[in-house]
Design a protein around this ligand. Structure first.
Ligand SMILES: *Cc1c(COP(=O)(O)O)cnc(C)c1O
Length: 357
């Protein structure tokens, strides 16, 4: 059993959930002690949610600031076990940050392809600091992923996008943690959907926990895309996806079928929310719950608010929203979304006046 309450001794998801993961040779395990993120009770949104219990799975508290670490510890450890010397990924930002950090830890080379001008500042700075070769592609994520697939089918470099099955294996551990924290599965689980690896992974995790008798029921999986970038919702790939939630700006998701299966098998839904709804949820979380996530992450809460309005949720339900990444990743968006600081003279009287005294 995972020692979820004893953070000091937390060994990272591979060792903590060994019984539920593919085996990895001990000396190949590459971990930054990812996982064991908090499940935070949202107590200040009762005016919206009434008698529904809302919890936030705050994945921004992983070592590189997003859930991608859970999958990356698996993918990089496996690559290392197989003797690979280099990894490569296409990324909207967080995958490149995680890949770069875990490659550094493993002593491997990382190549990351990101759409030029489309990734948040914090994420770019991470990949650069960890010593990856950052290739800013004049194109979008989907084009970058196509190139990465082409390269890895011809050269001995390990692909660490979520089409790497070990990524999904690692990411499913977040579902285990939710069950451990709650003592059962939630009624609904809300997630942002970009490449759709994460919703696929959570559903796999919940199913496996049920099969092993760890939980008695399964949640309904609720995936949300941004309106201008909602290929799964509209039913075909999009050439030019648009959304300010850059982490989910993807027109042709790799795990499309996985998302559809999760939603269908669980009795959930996959829908879209507007950028305005995403920003509103992003601000609500920061201002009312004290939780700073990045815009894409708030898509889960925007989805939950929408579901509540549509009468999908009932009093007594326990719902979990995954907040996929940390707000500090995207300082530009945070500053653009909030009140400007007040410029003022170093004068006590003037400052007191500005404070309303
Ligand atoms: C990667 C990412 C997503 C999307 O996850 P998928 O597995 O691609 O659907 C959402 N939010 C953040 C912050 C991400 O980094």
């Amino acid at each position: 059993m995972a020692r979820l309450t004893n953070k000091g001794n937390w060994e990272g998801v591979i060792r903590e959930f060994r019984a539920f993961l593919p085996e990895i040779r001990e000396d190949a395990i590459t971990t930054l002690k990812e996982g064991n993120t908090p499940l935070i009770e949202a107590v200040n949104l009762r005016d919206i949610f009434g008698g529904i219990r809302l919890l936030l799975k705050y994945e921004g508290l992983n070592p590189t600031g997003s859930f991608k670490d859970r999958g990356m510890t698996m993918a990089v450890s496996k690559a290392r076990e197989e003797g690979s010397k280099a990894i490569i990924c296409a990324s909207t930002g967080n995958t490149s940050a995680a890949a770069s950090a875990y490659a550094a830890k493993a002593g491997m080379k990382a190549f990351v392809l990101v759409p030029e001008g489309q990734i948040a500042l914090g994420k770019l700075s991470q990949a650069m600091m960890h010593g990856a070769l950052v290739l800013q592609v004049k194109g979008n994520f989907d084009e970058a992923l196509r190139i990465v697939k082409e390269i890895t089918s011809n050269y001995p470099i390990t692909l660490v996008n979520s089409i790497n099955p070990f990524r999904i294996e690692g990411q499913k551990t977040a579902a285990f943690e939710v069950c451990e924290h709650l003592g059962h599965a939630p009624t609904f689980h809300f997630l942002p959907v970009g490449n759709a690896g994460n919703i696929t992974a959570y559903w796999k995790g919940y199913r496996e926990y049920e099969e092993k008798g760890m939980i008695a029921s399964l949640p309904k999986m609720m995936g949300f895309q941004a309106e201008g970038s909602a290929p799964i919702v509209i039913g075909h790939p999009i050439e030019n996806p648009q959304t300010l939630a850059t982490a989910i700006k993807i027109g042709n998701p790799a795990s499309w079928q996985g998302a559809l299966d999760a939603v269908k098998e669980s009795g959930g839904a996959i829908e879209a929310v507007t950028d305005d709804e995403i920003i509103e949820a992003y601000k609500l979380l920061a201002a009312r719950e004290g939780v700073f996530c990045e815009p894409a992450s708030a898509t889960s809460l925007a989805g939950a608010i929408k579901a509540k309005k549509e009468g999908v949720l009932n009093d007594g339900d326990t719902i979990v929203c995954t907040l996929t990444g940390h707000g500090l990743k995207d300082p530009d968006r945070a500053i653009a979304s909030s009140q400007k600081p007040v410029k003022i003279a170093a004068d006590t009287k003037k400052i007191l006046k500005a404070m309303g005294f």
